[in-house]
Design a protein around this ligand. Structure first.
Ligand SMILES: Cc1ncc(COP(=O)(O)O)c(C=O)c1O
Length: 420
């Protein structure tokens, strides 16, 4: 049946009469309208970290909705869930005296972080510091600034020039960042934006020493460091904000997804006390920025209940424990003739990348493989040349093996289709 719903990142000419309708979820399982069960190997879009169907989160949100569903936090207005969530996240953040700016998702968090960084330089008397450097292959959402800094070329081009004062450097090179800061002129660079492990751009872990080294380079030149933990946070890398793995202290951290495990939309920016200080200490430095639903009480109540579950069920530790298991289960796929590489081992996420020559014979190879795996009851996420895996942190070992088996069988069938 034809649909009126325009799906994001989707070829509507194909999808319009062929939608895949999901109806309910329970832990790592989701069910379609016909009652078929699927293993959610990607936690939806990398976010259902505590799994599906948690009644406690639904109850917390519903209780808050009955009390006060929504109210703005502009000016001196606030509500208890928003205050409590900010306090809790500030306490968990790997930076002293953190402040928390709340948004409705990750893309809005990116735009907020970059605007805070630019305003910080303005109030500190360096208004020419506006340039933002990001990395090739990076994904920072599809709001204005996130589109402007996108390291996945196809997501940035075709919309006209969105953020002229920005540039990208090779995702794996510290020297490239240093050279770019010098080329632009350090006095013009506001911030460097990076995902600890690149997600949508292919699941690319940083080279050894990279994270510490880029933070050092930024410190040397007075450039603010924005860690985009939208995917990496809330247990995906086994810690609250991902970056703790490398022992660094960013100036700003963006988060979303796992903060509510997607039960309601929420994101935000954790800001180092030093960066927030001029705004908090001096009147007249108002940040003229923020969306209607910032600090939405029902969303914040859902986040608090979600964080309770992560703590109570030791899901950060579980993420650490399972990252090796996931890597071990998927690594044998690297021997398959259609597979170029399996990337896994840093966090509970992985990518299985296909051989480049396969795309000459079968341009739709990634989508085809995803469908073949879905037909075996496992949902994966298509990337440009790979399929991603990032299951809920509650996944069990037999289910991890089920993912690997579905990949192996799907790859064999794809090989038949590709005539190899
Ligand atoms: C690293 C990263 N940053 C930002 C975003 C944007 O988040 P949202 O889709 O909630 O706007 C995403 C979304 O996938 C992401 O992966």
């Amino acid at each position: 049946m034809d649909t009126a719903l325009w799906h994001p990142f989707s070829d509507m000419a194909v999808v319009r009469e062929d939608e895949f309708v999901l109806e309910r979820g329970e832990d790592v399982w989701v069910y379609d309208a016909a009652g078929n069960r699927y293993l959610d190997a990607t936690a939806s879009l990398w976010y259902a970290n505590v799994g599906h169907g948690r009644a406690e989160i639904a109850d917390a949100a519903a209780e808050q909705m009955r009390k006060l569903a929504g109210y703005s936090i502009f000016g001196d207005f606030t509500n208890e869930p928003a205050r409590a969530l900010a306090g809790r996240l500030a306490g968990l953040a790997p930076m002293p005296d953190a402040k928390v700016f709340l948004t409705t998702g990750g893309g809005e968090a990116i735009d907020s972080a970059v605007k805070i960084a630019r305003r910080y330089h303005v109030v500190r008397g360096q208004p020419e510091r506006v340039h933002v450097i990001s990395r090739t292959n990076s994904y920072h959402g599809t709001n204005g600034i996130g589109t402007g800094v996108a390291g996945i070329e196809a997501n940035r081009t075709g919309f006209g020039e969105i953020l002229p004062s920005s540039s990208r450097v090779a995702y794996d090179s510290v020297d490239a960042l240093r050279d770019e800061i010098r080329r632009v002129g350090p006095e013009r660079v506001a911030a460097f934006l990076f995902e600890p492990v690149i997600g949508a751009g292919g699941v690319l872990a940083p080279p050894e020493g990279y994270v510490q080294a880029v933070v050092d380079v930024c410190r040397e030149y007075g450039v603010l460091v924005i860690a985009d933990a939208v995917i990496c946070g809330f247990g995906r890398l086994g810690t609250w904000f991902g970056v703790e793995r490398w022992g660094v202290e960013p100036d700003l951290i963006t988060f979303a997804k796992g903060v509510t495990s997607g039960y309601l939309p929420l994101g935000g920016v954790v800001v180092h006390g030093r960066v927030a200080e001029p705004f908090w200490a001096e009147s007249g430095t108002t940040l003229r920025h923020g969306a209607t639903y910032s600090g939405h009480p029902a969303c914040c109540a859902a986040a608090l209940a979600n964080i309770d579950i992560i703590e109570r069920d030791n899901l950060l530790q579980r993420g650490q424990l399972l990252e090796g298991e996931l890597a071990a289960a998927l690594q044998p796929l690297a021997a398959h003739p259609l597979v170029r590489e399996v990337r896994a081992g840093v966090g509970l996420l992985a990518a299985v990348e296909l051989q480049p020559d396969l795309f000459e014979r079968l341009p739709s190879a990634v989508a085809d493989l995803s469908l073949l795996i879905r037909q075996r009851g496992v949902l994966t996420r298509t990337l440009a040349k790979a399929l991603a895996v990032s299951p809920p942190l509650t996944i069990q070992r037999p289910e991890i093996n089920e993912i690997a088996q579905a990949f192996a069988a799907g790859l064999d069938e794809l090989a038949l289709k590709a005539g190899s």
